[in-house]
Design a protein around this ligand. Structure first.
Ligand code: NAP
Length: 234
């Protein structure tokens, strides 16, 4: 049985993704940072394992992989947002966003690769954002960190293709999760109005694409940035 590790799977998109991958036959490692009970309940319900690690902490990620065992599919999902004017963004804000969103990807992928390269098979999916493609006002740090994941995807796809590993990027639009909980009703309604499919996305809308990219069926798909955004990015 293949193993998938989903970072930031205690809620939101990661949680839906862990469920979808378990349904498709993966043993799933549910990574979390703070919400232990939620992660353990989810892991129990899908027959997986919950493992705590702050993805920005390289040593913690190393220990998580030691506990998790070999990982065949990695979903780099854990992320933090920041809504602030660029001029108000402090060096600490900037470093925190990059530490989780970009250093986290580096830590996770480096830890996962030795097994994938040995097996000459692997699936890596990085979760970027429409803002990583188009940029968002008052979200410069977040947009820049998500754009970095797109460059990382394309470079790694070239480097790892000969080892039988696909690397793809999913760019969600506005998805109804805690990450957008601070937005008021009017803002959410206006974001739904700006979406050709006239609604916000559900975590499952993103998870089904990730499940496909982690499957054998997606064997010839690599280096892609694919929107799961209801057309929002057009
Ligand atoms: P969310 O509801 O805020 O959940 C974030 C998840 O990431 C939680 O499971 C959290 O774990 C985990 N996490 C945060 N920091 C972590 C760290 N340092 N180490 C390990 N885990 C960490 O977010 P979401 O909306 O599902 O977003 C998931 C991904 O999709 C993110 O990368 C986000 O940028 C991207 N995205 C989201 C949207 C959207 O509209 N929601 C749009 C585009 C892209 P704990 O709860 O245990 O702390």
């Amino acid at each position: 049985m293949r193993t998938a590790l989903v970072s930031g799977a205690s809620r939101g998109i990661g949680r839906a993704c862990a469920r979808a991958l378990a349904e498709s036959g993966y043993r799933v490692v549910v990574n979390y940072r703070e919400r232990r009970q939620a992660a353990e309940d989810l892991a129990y319900s899908i027959g997986g394992t919950a493992v705590r690690a702050d993805v920005s902490d390289r040593e913690a990620v190393r220990r998580m992989f030691e506990a998790a065992g070999n990982v065949d599919a990695l979903v780099v999902n854990a992320g933090v947002a920041l809504q602030k004017l660029f001029t108000d963004t402090t060096p600490e804000d900037w470093r925190r966003v990059f530490a989780v969103n970009v250093d986290g990807a580096y830590n996770l992928i480096q830890a996962a690769l030795p097994h994938m390269i040995h097996e000459k098979w692997g699936r890596i999916v990085l979760i970027s954002s429409v803002w990583g493609v188009h940029g968002a006002s008052c979200e410069a740090a977040y947009s820049a960190s998500k754009a970095a994941l797109i460059g990382l995807t394309k470079a790694l796809a070239k480097e790892l293709g000969p080892s039988g590993i696909t690397v793809n990027c999913v760019a969600p639009g506005v998805i109804d999760t805690d990450m957008n909980a601070a937005l008021d009703r009017e803002t959410l309604a206006s974001l739904a109005d700006s979406t050709p499919l006239c609604r916000l996305g559900a975590p499952e809308d993103v998870a089904s694409l990730i499940r496909y990219l982690c499957s054998d069926e997606a064997a010839f798909i690599t280096a892609q940035v694919i929107g799961a955004d209801g057309g929002f990015g057009v």
